[in-house]
Design a protein around this ligand. Structure first.
Ligand SMILES: Nc1ncnc2c1ncn2[C@@H]1O[C@H](COP(=O)(O)OP(=O)(O)OP(=O)(O)O)[C@@H](O)[C@H]1O
Ligand SMILES: [Mg+2]
Length: 458
């Protein structure tokens, strides 16, 4: 017998009916246990997690309702089917309220019972599949604190999962504020190197002359101002990860040195001849187009290929607007923990319409500002948003639609919007179809046609 053979408990005090049905259910491959009354049924339920309980409602002593109560309270996913005498709908409704899945009225044929049973089993299978899919999706909505539900972000999480396990060099590209640094940190913290250091160096923030010393360290007296011996970032990141931000700005001379360090995993401190070997994973990031810099001769081609072993591109926020609601919820909770704040429909619309040149960082700042301006109100209004966001042209002012994971029925959805707009236009014009059609920029005949289709009589 396979592990997913449904186990069924059949409860009825009417022995002839019970044994007949049980027999036929067994023929159909069910594992069936019979109980001749409610007490026996409850005992059995305590001993075994049945998939299905089918019970007569009217029984002397413990009746079917109590059997359902016992079954559902113990096994919330159980399928309960009640058999009602003489089709008393009220009893059936009551049983369903208590958690039964369906009912069947006496007298019934075996096939009717099979039909009800199979329908319930199918529904349960779908429900558990959906729950499984949902949990899968929710897990995919983040990777080490990077949030995203849009297609590109979900693909990225999958890639990061694999990439984190290797030590290959990563070149991360993306506009400012798209999360390059958060991704670099997440990769490190999900890698076998997590027990060692994540060392970050912004190559554009340090004067060229000092950058080499920052990277490789120096010995005392190596240059004016080198008062002591210092470890460079490469050494500090030994066994860990070195994050080189803004690599595009490095001078040609330093590019050569970086290339060697990447190729040989060895270098010398400035002013020293001793070679130091390190085991470092390098993640480089840039918001300039490195391939372009290579073409223009500003960036070494060999270094580019050395860095670009695993290219990761973070798309700008405006190309993954699906992530905006998720990020907003996250930032509201960050800046007003426990306050359960939310955005008004028009505020959300404004956020969805704005192009976000500063990407997630700019969105985060906008939410922080809105929380400060909301002065304890739970709902963030358009007026709480930065002026540039408020001023963004909202195109056709498409309403913001939360897009469910399982999709939605677009024709039905659009029809509902259309119905709503027509209704509101007619309300606005006290039912005057001519003026309503004007408000909707459609012909009166079109409006009349649509009203006919909707079946509205006004
Ligand atoms: N997917 C995300 N989920 C949650 N927070 C994010 C996400 N992306 C970015 N952030 C937040 O946005 C801010 C900017 O991210 P980060 O510093 O990684 O950007 P960047 O790409 O390195 O930008 P720049 O090129 O300007 O350095 C950070 O505060 C980060 O926490
Ligand atoms: Mg950065």
């Amino acid at each position: 017998m396979s592990a997913d053979t449904p186990h069924l408990l059949f409860v009825d005090d009417e022995a002839a009916l019970r044994t007949l049905m049980a027999e036929r259910l067994r023929e159909r491959g069910f594992e069936v246990v019979e109980a001749e009354n409610g007490e026996a049924a409850i005992d059995l339920l305590e001993q075994f997690a049945f998939d299905v309980v089918i019970t007569d409602l009217r029984m002397p002593g413990v009746d079917g309702r109590r059997v359902i109560d016992a079954a559902v309270s113990r096994y919330p996913g159980i399928i309960g089917i009640v058999i009602t005498g003489y089709g008393t709908v009220k009893d059936a409704v009551d049983a369903i309220k208590r958690g039964a899945s369906d009912f069947i009225a006496k007298p019934f044929q075996f096939d009717e019972l099979m039909h009800v049973l199979q329908k319930a089993l199918e529904q349960r299978r779908l429900a558990s599949e959906n729950a499984y899919l949902r949990s899968q999706l929710e897990e995919r909505y983040q990777f080490g604190g990077i949030l995203g539900r849009s297609r590109p972000m979900r693909d990225l999480f999958q890639l990061l999962d694999t990439v984190a396990r290797s030590s290959s060099t990563i070149l991360m590209t993306g506009e400012t504020g798209t999360g390059k640094e958060v991704v670099a940190r997440a990769v490190h913290h999900n890698s076998p190197r997590r027990a060692h250091r994540f060392v970050a160096l912004n190559c554009s923030a340090i004067p060229e002359t000092l950058l080499e010393a920052e990277l490789f360290g120096h010995v005392r007296g190596a240059f004016t101002g080198a008062v002591g011996t210092r470890q460079g970032r490469f050494e500090q990141a030994h066994k860990g990860t070195l994050f080189l931000d803004e690599v595009g700005t490095m001078s040609p001379a330093l590019q050569v040195k970086l290339l060697r360090a990447l190729q040989e995993r060895e270098f010398e401190r400035i002013g020293d001849s001793q070679t130091i070997k390190v085991d470092v994973r390098v993640i480089a990031a840039t918001n300039s187009d490195l391939a372009r810099l290579v073409a223009d001769g500003a960036f070494r081609e060999d270094l580019f290929y050395r860095l670009n072993v695993i290219p990761i591109h973070l798309p700008p926020l405006r190309e993954r607007r699906d992530d905006i609601p998720l990020l907003v919820t996250h930032f509201l909770e960050k800046f007003a923990p426990g306050a359960a704040m939310h955005l008004s429909q028009s505020a959300m619309r404004a956020l969805m319409a704005y192009p976000w040149p500063g990407n997630v960082r700019q969105l985060e700042n906008a939410v922080e500002r809105a929380v400060a301006l909301s002065g304890g109100r739970q709902e963030v209004a358009v007026a709480d948003l930065p002026p540039e966001v408020q001023a963004a042209p909202q195109g056709a002012a498409a309403p913001f639609v939360e897009f469910p994971d399982l999709g939605l029925d677009m024709p039905t959805y659009l029809a509902a919007i259309e119905r709503d707009l027509i209704q509101r236009a007619l309300d606005r014009t006290q039912g005057n179809r001519n003026r309503a059609a004007d408000l909707l920029r459609i012909k009166r005949t079109t409006l009349v046609e649509k009203l006919k289709r909707i079946g509205a009589n006004r």
